[in-house]
Design a protein around this ligand. Structure first.
Ligand code: F6R
Length: 268
């Protein structure tokens, strides 16, 4: 795991946007795995700004979102399809036909999950998967004790996740307790993973993910087994890490090496 600790959530968003921009520059027809929630919004804003100045292009990209609430249609303001259209797709040059979010109102949700896996396979798999982190260590809606080999399926949300997401729903509004989510096995097949976590409320989950044992009680801990993961944290989210000095030293060395390589190739 490459751990990057930055001062603020804005720095986290910029660093993450840079990784996605690089991915799209090196492979314009990339398949991106995307997340919703509060954390990636600033990163999406950064990508929108870069798209407006033609620094990045989504014209050949395909996207697959991690999850969708069961029971909310695409027009529902709390659906993840609505969120993605609003916060990214409608503001960049992506072909809407190349944006996939599980259908939360499918007449046959089990078949929908299987079909989602097939579509992903047909697209060649995810090149770069963007993830947020739940307070309980979930990735996608893979709640603690989810099978670490799971595929796209219907999951029951924990009371903790329902409470954490209550802020998006108005009082008395129907809030789903089930969701379709890519599985942990599905996520682990991505060629590259970029996980963002910001704020002190995520610090316990961050410690379990990075320095704890690989265990289904913290689904994100499985990422320790992935060969290409970048975890980008702000200072507050990193506060519980035992080895944060080592991670910062390593990242500083990586940046030095990168600058060295860049200045050598420019002077040639
Ligand atoms: C949403 C998703 C979730 C969130 C996580 C963190 O698509 O996959 O795992 O990333 O719940 O949410 P925020 O960013 O709102 O704290």
């Amino acid at each position: 795991m490459k751990i990057v600790i930055l001062e603020t959530p804005e720095h986290v968003a910029q660093y993450g946007a840079e990784l996605i921009s690089k991915q799209l520059a090196s492979k314009p027809a990339s398949v991106l795995g995307l997340a919703t929630g509060s954390t990636p919004v600033a990163l999406y804003n950064e990508l929108i700004a870069r798209c407006r100045t033609s620094e990045v292009s989504f014209s050949q990209a395909t996207t697959f979102n991690l999850d969708e609430y069961l029971g909310l249609d695409a027009q529902h303001p709390q659906s993840y399809r609505y969120f993605m259209d609003k916060h990214l797709f409608n503001q960049v040059n992506i072909d809407p036909a190349n944006t996939y979010v599980p259908n939360g109102t499918s007449a046959d949700p089990i078949a929908e999950c299987e079909a989602y896996e097939l579509k992903l396979e047909k697209a060649g798999g995810v090149d770069l998967q963007l993830l947020g982190l739940g307070h309980n260590g979930h990735i996608g809606f893979n709640e603690p004790t989810s099978s670490l080999g799971s595929r796209t399926r219907i999951k029951t949300l924990t009371p903790e996740t329902i409470k954490a997401n209550q802020r998006f729903f108005s009082e008395g509004e129907f809030q789903p307790t089930l969701a379709i989510t890519m599985g942990i096995g599905t996520i682990m097949e991505s060629k590259q993973v970029v996980l963002l976590a910001t704020g002190a409320a995520k610090s316990d989950a961050v410690v379990e993910m990075i320095e704890g044992p690989i265990a289904a009680r913290c689904p994100a801990s499985i990422l320790q087994l992935h060969p290409k993961v970048t975890v980008i944290l702000d200072r507050a989210a990193s506060q519980g890490l035992e080895n944060s000095c080592f991670y910062e030293l390593t990242e500083a060395r990586n940046q030095e090496l990168l600058h060295h390589r860049q200045s050598r190739s420019q002077s040639r």
